[in-house]
Ligand binder design. Structure first.
Ligand code: AMP
Ligand code: MG
Length: 313
């Protein structure tokens, strides 16, 4: 059920100032980004960060991404080598998160990184989020604004539905353009790197900047919180379905029409942008089960397949 509209904050100068005020005071605000809606708190306050974990029901071993306005601000929190600087130049602002060694002297609350010596940082590109980060002048910790393990929100009403009574004010930035969480890359000290989470910035785009991921990379990097079961619509999900069985809501793709369709033209960027919207629709439908048409796994399809696998787990 859709909650009260009075939790919405308009994305104008006054609204952004109000959201910045709440965040400065240690309150939570749900914020728009180009990936999904985030549940933001000032990252330098242990109490504010604790509210994120509490509101989401998120396990405390699952660290948070810190959002900043500029590379300079990110450099106050994390140690960038030349590869990190090149990636920032290529993809920031945008949907790329980098896991880097944390600066010990930074003021980030330890719970943000769940006690790890690293920190995940991102400079988002959504114009409302950019203005908010500039107005608040602080790094903001923000995971997706849904109950832990649920489907990520790509519209304000998804946030309200998922968080229910615990929902904080939502800064209204409309529907998220990308609709999938950021790509997460960990840069290792030994020169290797790992793709911890596929996302809108495709693997090959990262390889074009930092070279191929070496065969050994990945084994040693911890990606806590990348749960096998995640993005759950609360119903069984069957993948690679060419038609709906009795009692199934079919999420189609391309020529497989379905009850709804990720992208009738078979466009993977459109499919990514619509994935969670379709999962929310499927969750709300009368059918007790969900089926999803086959999706090519290349390019952006790698990230879509990753999310679908976890939704089906
Ligand atoms: P979310 O904010 O829900 O999109 O999830 C953020 C994800 O980033 C977590 O599930 C972790 O897997 C990953 N992450 C955040 N910080 C770190 C870190 N310091 N090291 C490795 N992975 C991280
Ligand atoms: Mg999440």
């Amino acid at each position: 059920m859709v909650g009260k509209a009075d939790r919405l904050i308009a994305p104008d100068a006054q609204g952004i100032a109000r959201a910045a005020e709440l965040l400065s005071a240690g309150e939570l605000v749900a914020v728009p980004t180009e990936t999904v809606y985030g549940l933001a708190a000032r990252a330098d306050s242990a109490e504010a960060v604790a509210k994120i974990y509490r509101t989401k029901g998120r396990p405390d071993f699952n660290p948070l991404i810190v959002h900043v306005a500029t590379l300079a601000q990110a450099e106050q929190l994390a140690l960038f080598d030349e590869r990190g600087l090149r990636l920032a130049e290529a993809f920031w602002p945008g949907p790329l998160t980098m896991v880097l060694p944390a600066r010990a002297e930074s003021s980030i609350a330890p719970a943000v990184s769940a006690g790890l010596p690293t920190i995940a940082v991102r400079c988002p590109g959504h114009p409302v989020m950019v203005q908010l980060l500039e107005a608040v002048g602080l790094p903001l910790a923000a995971p997706s604004a849904n109950r832990s393990l649920g489907v990520s929100p790509t519209r304000p009403d998804h946030v309200r539905e998922s968080l229910g009574d615990g929902c904080p004010p939502i800064l209204d930035g409309g529907a998220c353009a990308m609709g999938l969480e950021s790509t997460i890359v960990a840069l290792r000290d030994d020169g290797g790197w790992s793709l911890l989470r596929p996302g809108p910035v495709e693997r090959r785009a990262i390889e074009s900047i930092v070279g191929p991921q070496s065969a050994s990379s990945g084994a040693k990097i911890e990606a806590p919180g990348q749960m096998r079961k995640h993005y759950s619509p609360g119903k069984p999900v069957r993948l690679d379905a060419r038609e709906a069985a009795a009692g199934e809501f079919l999420i189609g793709f391309g020529a497989i029409a379905g009850s709804t369709n990720l992208s009738p033209d078979g466009d993977l960027a459109e499919a990514a942008a619509r994935l969670y919207q379709c999962l929310h629709e499927a969750a709300a439908a009368p059918q007790k089960r969900i089926a999803v048409a086959p999706i090519p796994h290349e390019g952006m399809g790698e990230a879509i397949a990753d999310r679908l696998r976890r939704a089906a787990a």
